[in-house]
Design a protein around this ligand. Sequence first.
Ligand SMILES: Cc1ncc(COP(=O)(O)O)c(C=O)c1O
Length: 357
Amino acid sequence: MLLFTPGPVAVCKEVALAQTKEMITHRGKEFQTLYKNLCEKIKKMVDATSVHVITGSGTAAIEANIQNALGKDGVALVLSNGAFGDKLASHSKVYYRTIFHRFNNAQGIDLKVAKPYIDQAIEQGAQLLCMTHHETSPGILNKITEVCSYAKEKGLLTLIDGTSAFPAYKFSHIHDKVDFYSWASQKAAACPPGIAVISLSEDALRAIDSSPVRCNYLNLKEYIKKQKENFETPTTPAISLLWALEKSLELIEKEGLDNFVAKHKKYADYVKKEIKKMGFELVVSEEFSSNTVVAFYTKKNKELNALLQTKYNVKLGGGHADWKETTLRFCVMGDVDLEKIKYGLESLKKAKEELGL
Ligand SMILES: Cc1ncc(COP(=O)(O)O)c(C=O)c1O
């Protein structure tokens, strides 16, 4: 099946094969070298002070970041424009008094729309701003640099869910003014699901140091301590997936990160152009549109996706959240190329005609 989904995505043979090496244990030199090289490489890619790999899905990394960010009477502001921003708020509410604002109708979050909510939240005691980098439910690229720069200037810590963003978008802790960041293996990194990466700024490390322990498995103090001791993880990691990620980053490095990002943009722009030619309307305005997830309105969305799968061996991402019943998502993450994308689009065109849409 050709996957044009928002994750898990198709994994290339080299990455899949990387998982099949003879197993090693997580206590010993071989693992320490693997883990150190991986963390150091990611650290450089995102200008982080510290990088940790969590065995768990993207949510595990997000929860680890959130619960290690603030003290006992923490107050967080969460800005959302889709299902995953809403989830950030639900995690935040477990630990903190949470001030929440939801932007509807696929409104992208930039400084213009965020500023009044940040100003108001600061008056109400907020210490942390949380939002998604790339809101996957309709594919919105939020303008985190301008929003986080302002929030940091006002003294807030910043926490960004980049689960479906990096490495399809460039990200830098220093340039983007982000303290806590995370992303997951099964999205743009084109690995199987099961691990997620956390990266931290200097301010994040200070905040973690003074936050209370809220849970053992996701206690980042333990991750930091074990790394300092001998570059191991506190518990048994998914070693095979670390090999997969190592291989995937090696391939990205070979291609060049800038080229990797540009390739996604080129593919997404092509998909948008062709989908519009077919007469579909895109959900997200050009200003906030995504490199990876192209949501479009269609009648009979479930029937259309089912026909694509049974007749053409093509699977698109289903509609999600506010857009569940009215859209499909044509995604260009993972092991896809222009030839596969063209086949996916031709199939979509035929299936649309067959359903009389
Ligand atoms: C932006 C974003 N945040 C969080 C998640 C949750 O990730 P996971 O299912 O890996 O826990 C997703 C998954 O699609 C996502 O796209």
